[in-house]
Design a protein around this ligand. Structure first.
Ligand SMILES: [Zn+2]
Length: 93
């Protein structure tokens, strides 16, 4: 019997549980943080809502992102990555 199984993940910013597709997946690749746009990169992922508020929330939780990814990243690395996420996207919208 098939079920409509939808993976649920928790946002690191607000702690709300959402469908995986509603969240940004963050992974570590080559010791750098990156957004997993296609959701296909291997390894442990961390999840965050598509909203600047949650990025700001996570920015205040030092070490939270690297903890979620089981990586000991300097906070400066986390912070730089998260601040990049805050940059306004170019284009319509
Ligand atoms: Zn959130």
């Amino acid at each position: 019997m098939r079920t409509n199984h939808v993976p649920i993940r928790t946002c690191l910013g607000c702690g709300q549980r959402r469908q995986k597709g509603e969240l940004v997946r963050i992974v570590i690749k080559d010791k750098a943080l990156m957004v997993d746009e296609g959701g296909r990169l291997p390894g442990r992922g961390a999840y965050l809502c598509h909203c600047t508020e949650c990025v700001h929330r996570l920015l205040k939780k030092k070490g939270r992102l690297s903890y979620a990814l089981r990586a000991a990243l300097p906070h400066a690395v986390e912070e730089g990555f998260l601040r990049d996420l805050l940059l306004p996207e170019v284009g319509e919208g």
